[in-house]
Design a protein around this ligand. Structure first.
Ligand SMILES: Cc1cc2nc3c(=O)[nH]c(=O)nc-3n(C[C@H](O)[C@H](O)[C@H](O)COP(=O)(O)OP(=O)(O)OC[C@H]3O[C@@H](n4cnc5c(N)ncnc54)[C@H](O)[C@@H]3O)c2cc1C
Length: 429
């Protein structure tokens, strides 16, 4: 372990992916500096729904979406929206998204997501146990609720999950009420995913991990990295204030990663699915995350109230948040909760940039054209879930160990016919 001490690693981006990676690398004996222009976990990792959603192994590109798309797109406050000014820019992303729908790709991507999600909670457990932080993850399962879907359709969904080995049970109205008395009786059925978990404060979760990184000697540098440049066997980390040198670099800059990749000669169809949350100041007695299949949103009980989260908006990285979209989540929560005792009111709103690729898979792996350069971004709706497992994979690569998951499906070369995936062959140091 100590042999790695003279190896300097720069991790760029202090979201959940960068923080987990920095901590895991520091634990492995490297000397790590974590860079972020905004501070710790101020990007998408701050306001997510806190759901370790290990059951979500199905890529978003599914043919059934076609039927729902028109209704979704014409509702300005609906679950999916494309800003018309951004439509031309995002068209290639959607074209690639559609091309990922054929069954063979859908199945391959399901397997790849499943491989990550199966290891996700165990990877967090391994990390948190060492620092006596296991209590940060609450393992009470989660509910996917249905108000109007015919029961035969719900049973098919149940079978689809069970076929994939996911532990799930179908509950009727009485069983739902026994489990979560504050839910409305309008909910007729629910799927209970027994082996998923949640965080009651995703931001604090990141801060706790960053504190451990700091205690182990890791450095945090609050600066914007403008460029990563290869300099003989090392890298220059060029920030707005300074130039630093590192032996290895991990790019974990979430939705902003392409800006750092481009000068290095890589391109991915990374875009952002902007998502919103609205906080209610009390958690209404819920004890686990409750999602709605029909309304496409989720509510998670948190330390400071109920987080009502969801929606997808394609409008790029520069446009301001649309507060109406966050507030539009409130009526959905009202419909699912029994409000007879406590009315639900909004205490605050937020928008975050999910880093999303059209095949729903992240990019995790070595840079095919550069030694000692690694990628860890594009975790779309599942970054919190996959933070620790991604960190284990990146650390294995930095140590030149064989990762415990086949990482070929996450290789950046899938977006270029000219790049060979470096995971198919041993990599020289
Ligand atoms: C509404 C909503 C709900 C969600 N719910 C869940 C959920 O329940 N479960 C789940 O698993 N996932 C969820 N997600 C997704 C999850 O939040 C993201 O996948 C995850 O936060 C991405 O983490 P990241 O570290 O890649 O990116 P980020 O958290 O965005 O971090 C990237 C960081 O890189 C920094 N950066 C970028 N460029 C530079 C640069 N040049 N120099 C220095 N720093 C730079 C940014 O400042 C930023 O802090 C949700 C997302 C949203 C929007």
């Amino acid at each position: 372990m100590a042999d790695n001490n003279n190896q300097q690693i720069a991790v760029i981006g202090a979201g959940i992916i960068g923080i987990c990676s920095a901590l895991q690398l520091q634990r492995a004996g490297f000397t790590v500096t974590l860079y972020d222009e905004q501070g710790l976990a101020q990007g998408c990792s701050k306001g997510n729904a806190g759901h370790f959603a290990t059951e979500q192994i199905f890529p978003l590109a599914h043919p059934s979406l076609f039927k729902k798309l028109p209704a979704m797109l014409f509702d300005p406050l609906g679950a999916l929206r494309i800003d018309w000014r951004y439509a031309v820019k995002v068209a290639p992303w959607f074209w690639k998204f559609i091309r990922n729908m054929p069954t063979i790709k859908y199945h391959a991507h399901t397997e790849a997501l499943k491989a990550l999600n199966e290891q996700s909670l165990a990877a967090y457990e391994r990390l948190l146990k060492e620092y006596k932080l296991s209590h940060l993850i609450s393992k009470k399962g989660s509910l996917l609720t249905f108000e109007s879907t015919p029961v035969a359709e719900i049973e098919n969904t149940l079978k689809t999950y069970q076929h994939q080995g996911i532990k799930v049970r179908l509950l009727n109205r009485d069983q739902i009420q026994a489990l979560e008395p504050s839910l409305s009786s309008a909910i007729k059925y629910a799927l209970l995913f027994e082996e998923v978990a949640h965080s009651v404060d995703p931001h604090l979760f990141c801060i706790h991990l960053a504190e451990q990184f700091n205690k182990l000697g890791g450095q945090f540098c609050q600066q914007k990295v403008t460029e990563v440049k290869q300099d003989n066997n090392n890298y220059q980390i060029i920030t707005e204030q300074n130039i630093y040198i590192a032996n290895k670099v991990v790019i974990a800059a979430g939705a902003w990663s392409n800006a750092l990749l481009k000068p290095l000669g890589y391109h991915t169809p990374l875009d952002t699915e902007r998502g919103y949350h609205c906080m209610a100041d009390i958690n209404h007695g819920l004890s686990r995350p409750v999602a709605s299949a029909e309304r496409s949103f989720i509510m998670t009980p948190m330390n400071h109230g109920l987080r009502i989260a969801g929606t997808v908006e394609f409008a790029g990285l520069n446009k301001k948040m649309n507060n109406k979209r966050a507030l539009a989540l409130l009526p959905h929560a009202r419909a699912l909760l029994d409000e007879s005792h406590q009315p639900i009111t909004a205490a605050s709103t937020w928008m975050g940039y999910r880093p999303s690729l059209p095949d729903s898979l992240p990019v995790i792996g070595r840079a095919p054209k550069h030694h000692n350069l690694y990628f860890a971004f594009g975790h779309q709706h599942l970054g919190l879930t996959q933070g620790a497992v991604t960190a284990e994979l990146i650390t294995a690569l930095c140590l030149n160990h064989t990762p415990n998951i086949n990482i070929q499906p996450y290789c950046i070369s899938r977006f270029s016919t000219q790049l060979a995936c470096s995971e198919a062959r041993p990599h020289p140091q």
